[in-house]
Design a protein around this ligand. Sequence first.
Ligand code: ADP
Length: 320
Amino acid sequence: MRSLSGNSLQNQKLAARAENHPAARSQNKRGSRLEVEHVSLTYQEGTPFAVPALEDVSLSVHAGERLAIAGPVGSGKSTLLAVLAGVEPPTAGRVIHEGGEVTSRRQPPAGSIGLTFQSPENCLFEKSVLDDVAFAPRRQGLDEREVKNRVIDALSITGMNLEQFGHRSPFSLSTGEQRRVALAGVLAMEPAALLLDEPTAHLDPLTRRELIERLVRLNEATGVTMVMVGHDMDELARFAQRVVIIDGGRLAADGAAADLLTDTVLLAGHSLDPPGTVELCELLEKATSAPVTAVIEEVKALELLLGLIEKRTGGSQLCR
Ligand code: ADP
């Protein structure tokens, strides 16, 4: 379906850890498959304050894919993420993990789904960063050496390190650091599916970019399924293989990131901007009066730009 309505060290470490990741160990390098079928959710249903948040949404998240959920503010993105995770029971419809329906009696196995909320820093509670990130692996019964390895790896994915931050109180950190610690705590569980609600909010531009790159590498190395809610279209373009748009609680579009994020008419119809690369391609088209196929990869956009400059200058401007 397309539109319904219209630094090498880190790489090596991730690769090495991939072999031991549960998704790799138990499922032949595949993360969990998550599905919702005809899901509707109304908050405070049956009261005068009832708010319909999702209406008849059906969605399959394939094992190992990186899916982004986009949409206007208040469209139901966070609600869909919580329903997918099995933590927010729908008013109607079914939630299915790995082929089995999630019910109040049958919950996903502990540690199999990692969900970060919009304000994950509210979930911090231990006296040190080390203990906070180590909480889930310790509960999983791992020995202290493995726990420490997981803490080091999880912190490094979020751009932090144990030496500098391990002994600090989580409550003495900046909001951005707290968010990274909270995300590290979820990563340290090594879940088979990682559901992320605006994980880069409150981070500086470089840290945002690095975090997205590390998440992509983690997904490629381990096969962990990833679903991310976000509103920064450049980030979604860097992250996602597939994108769904939620608008008014309904699934409005579902397609390959390269198709959907270059469809400026579709995006505008849901109050969304295209990524910067697409805007650049439009500018190039206007400037040259020649058709330019829009792309979402920054490297490809740069190649297009350089190719056009080269054509105009015969390459002389590029050879300083
Ligand atoms: P998004 O993530 O797209 O911004 P949400 O899923 O957070 O949207 O919210 C969807 C709708 O549900 C909004 O109208 C929001 O105000 C409402 N909503 C979200 N959480 C609650 C809640 N706990 N109680 C009542 N209404 C809620």
